[in-house]
Design a protein around this ligand. Sequence first.
Ligand code: PLP
Length: 379
Amino acid sequence: MKAVYLDNAATTPMLPEVVEVVQQSMLNNFGNPSSIHQFGRKAKAAVETARKKIAKHFNVSASEVIFTAGGTEADNLILYNAVLNLGVTRIVTSRVEHYAVLRTVEYLHKTYNISVDYINVSEKGVVELNDLESVLKKSSEKTLVSLMYANNEIGNLLPINKVARLCKDYEAYFHSDTVQAIGRYELDLQKTPIDFIVASAHKFHGPKGVGFAYVKKGILIQPILHGGAQENGARSSTENVHAILGMEKALEVSYSNLEGDKNHISAVKSYFIQQLKFHFEDIQFNAESESLEKSSYTILSVRFPVKDKMLLFNFDLAGIAASGGSACQSGASKGSHVLMSFLKGKAAENTSIRFSFSKLTTISEIDFAIKKMKECKLR
Ligand code: PLP
């Protein structure tokens, strides 16, 4: 073994069965789905079948699924629409959101003068629901709440049912960035009343550059990409047919053995925690990361008892691929906005590394990582 991949929150390898679907589609579905001839109709039928199957996983109808070029675009589509088309004048969110949400909200705030409330986050990175309720209570402005389901850096899970109900009680729209939860947690949108969710296929062993936004029936969306009015007028540009089919396959595979995969990945995570504690005395786990209930079973955020800017780099040299925060920040020296938002100064005292797992991660890979970490002489 030369290297282990423990950065599955950044992206996951495509599964062979997904590659096969994409390849077959490239060979067979080359028509433009908007063309009226048989080649176009074939591609269109393939896309619509994929849409129906994807919708079924979340107990929604196909017309509520809009294909996009990934999670960032889907988040942008929803947040822009809230402000520009749905009359939202206030966004309620938190400092631990992904930049796809935070930076879009900041932009909307600056450009359209909407107000933004950031919900308090505890020392464990937990979004405080009492605060959410008081913020919702304090104003009758048309509001959108944007809170992510599984945090991509620390793994914390949002009590999504409670938040959805609170939003309903206070008549606020609810958008959840579910990028890290799709394919890992079941989500029945008839039982959990969320207005908008988003997905990105490369996070669940699908292709990169494809995802979707779910928009609850009755909410009218205008495109942010203007052009040919594909996706029922909600998103222009020729559909990424092959990637959409690959995404559908990846989702089907993810949900076909969800419990088995979850058990396997949870066992890998627990073993890693146990080994880290055993070999590195003063190790700490950020937020709720150590818990398998309060945190995603695929993510572990570890604080090493060293202040070493080169740690991630040295791990990489040793053959351990992990991440400093989210993937987009791994090359940056700024540190993680998520960790800093609740650990404050403590975030800089030690070095935090995010390890993330998939069903392909094995116990022997963890053994390899621990062995290599020990060679890195952390003290
Ligand atoms: N939201 C979350 C929580 C993510 O983890 C990511 C990817 O890192 C994104 C949004 C952006 O997704 P994409 O890379 O598909 O644009």
